[in-house]
Each structure stands twice: as structure tokens, then as C-alpha cells.
Design a protein around this ligand. Sequence first.
Ligand code: AMP
Ligand code: GLY
Length: 430
Amino acid sequence: MKVLVIGGGGREHALAWKLAQSPKVQSVHVAPGNGGTELDAHLQNLALTDIKALRAWALDNKIALTVVGPEGPLAAGVVDEFRAHGLRVFGPTQAAAQLESSKAFSKAFMKRHGIPTADYETFTEAAAAHAYVDARGVPIVVKADGLAAGKGVVVASTLKEAHEAVDFMLAPDPQFNPLGVQHNEGGARVVIEEFLPGEEASFIVMCDGRNVVALATSQDHKRLLDGDQGPNTGGMGAYSPAPVVTPEVHGRVMREIILPTIRGMEKDGIPFTGFLYAGLMIDAAGHAKTLEFNCRMGDPETQPIMMRLKSDLFDVMMAATSGALDRVELVWDRRTALGVVMAAHGYPLQPRKGDAIEGLPVASEDAVVFHAGTLRREGVTLTAGGRVLCVTALGDTVRLAQQRAYEVAAGIRFDGAQMRHDIGHRALRA
Ligand code: AMP
Ligand code: GLY
């Protein structure tokens, strides 16, 4: 059978790589893909946002299953479009994708269904937002309502930062908005919320509208520099499992966050199908609150998670798209997987493109280099985006997985490459 993966990042390379291992899969196609998926699958030159063209291509090419990676096409309604034409697709509908695409929607949803999250207020008027910041004091968190590629959140430790964030995010013209926030219909809105202390973890599940299967837990490193310093990024590295999610925390998160969310969506008439990613803040007592929902897999969390998945992902996806996830039990490699992102010069603000990448190794049983912002031209792999590669390795311990990933990364070269040297530091301390 033929499978289509929509997206062009490291997450999609990992999904395509895993799907291609299924004996039932005849070919994997990735739209638009990258320099790595070109080696493992077929590239389709289709724009991510042109959902009608994607659907027409899938119909013409008799695609048996489509898996959607990023939030953009989901928020644009790609799942609705595919389903309306009888195509099997794994992902949430446009309405369900609001759990990610609108912070105001997801915060109101959580309040309505008693799902633990930070206290918050929503504002469209700058004056009221400024007054609220003054009344609550710092630390405080200011979030743009809309998709902002991880850049729409300011954790302010001074009043000045908080007030500036409000001004940027409510700026009428996004051109003058240095955070690059895409405003939702109805204009600019900010969510201002309580600062939550603790340790973050990524809790990702697969849903078929009613049944839920949890993926292995993981943890991401959002800041650019070692020691969690520097600006926020899409993620500089990740590993699985996350020791902070003990079996007890896992049970509590399922009971208090995941299941009420799936039930709540069903009750509200917008059943959730697809990957649901709860970004959690876990306090010292092991109580979790939801920082955000994403309606997709994490990037780079997918890369270590797929390295550990032993089950046939195609079978799992077929079950997930026929309401049969209650019959699925996922099998995981007991080892730790750890992925180190190599990013381009200038990332995250102005990533440079076109640097030649040398020393890319052949994949081995315990180490795979997933591509993100790369392309191939005349046999040469070039940088073509902010996050370029995610070097992912398995090891019997966190330390061994980390050593192996860094050993492989050390052999890869391109001008201006940036990477963190401490991926996994929390797990090593645990
Ligand atoms: P988000 O896109 O909502 O996940 O926010 C991006 C990052 O900001 C998160 O990964 C956290 O590190 C941080 N953050 C968001 N909300 C809060 C909060 N209420 N308290 C503390 N940190 C937060
Ligand atoms: N790695 C964080 C995310 O995918 O949102």
C-alpha cells in the first residue's frame, strides 16, 4: 500500500522512516519532504498549505493512508478535505485542531472540563492587559492567541518584559510584530497566565475519537544554548523516556488530563482523532498541569520516540483510523533514545541556507540521522532551514545514548552548525 506523509521536518522524516519499515507498505511519499526523506521515500513537490492539491494528488495516486505532521495543514482543514473525498487520514479535523491553533479555545476548553492548567485571562485591549500584568506581578506568562511556531510565548521575569510582550502581540500590523505572530480571525488576542514552576515533559497519545494509546514519554530542550539559556526554539534535542513521568505521574496524567480531554472533545461534538500532545509542567509533588496542547507529534520528540517504537506503525495507524485503538498495544525498545539537533548558522532568528553538509553517516541499528532543513542538489546535501538534522541514538542508559549521539554528531560538519552539548541533562540527574 502507498502512504503519504505531509510535512518536511525531522518529525516527518522519522515518521516516513518508520512507516517504510512495514512489510505492508509498498512506498512512502513525503510532501514536500527534505533531503533525508528523498533518500528513504519519494518526494512530492506539493505545498503544505495547498490542501486541495494534496488531496487531488492522494486520490490520483491511490494513497491508502495519509499522516499529517505539522499543525499548519491541520489548522487549515486538510483532514476534513481528505475525509470529504473518502481518503483515510490520521490527524484532527480543523475544529479539533483548535486545541492547538487557538490558545483561547484550549484554555476555555480546559476550564470547562476541569482539566488542570494555569490560571489565565484573555485580552484584546492593550490597556486592560497592561493593568492585569500590573495587578498580578511577575513572573508571568504572555501568550499570543494563534500559531506562532513556538515563538508566541514570553515568560516574563520583569514587568518591562511583560508589558513589551503585550504591546508586540497586540500590534495591529503583524509586519511590525517582531515575534512574527500570526493572528487568528477576529484580530490579535493575548492570553496572560500564571507562571508554573516545575519540570516539563511531553506526553503524546494517539486517539481515534474515543480510544487512547499513550506513546512513550519524552522531554524536549526548548532553549538554544547549554544550560537552558538563550532564546526559545522549536526544540534543540529530545529523549525518551522522560524519568520525571514515573508510573504514578503517568496514571495521574491519563486520569486527570488525557481522558477528560478526549471525553470532553467527544461531548462537545468535536471528537479528537490524531496525535494529541500535552505539554506538561510537573511540580515537585508529581502533580501535572497542562501548559499547552498540540494536535500533532512533537519535533524533535518524534525522532527518539520512533527509534524506540517496535510495533508496525502502519498497522497502528490503520487501527487508529478505524476506531480500533482499543485493540492496539504498543511495544517499545527498553533502551533510551536521545536526539541532538544540529541547527543552521543564525537559527532561530535568521537561519542561513545553502551550507554544504559533510560526513553524513549511513544509518545503523543504534544511530539514525533524521533530516529537517536539508535538500539534495547534484548529490550534495545542503542546509535549507533552521533546524537541519537530528542525530538520534539508542543506548542502554541515558549516558550511553548521549555518548553515541554526540559521537555521530561530531563526524558531521557544516559551516556555522549550532548544537547543544547537554541534551539529556535532566534525565542524567534523575
Ligand atoms: P507553550 O508554547 O505554551 O508550550 O510555551 C512555550 C514554553 O514557555 C513552554 O515550553 C514553557 O517552557 C514556557 N511556559 C509556557 N507557559 C508557562 C507557564 N504558565 N509557566 C511557566 N512556563 C511556561
Ligand atoms: N518540540 C516541541 C513541539 O513540537 O512543539
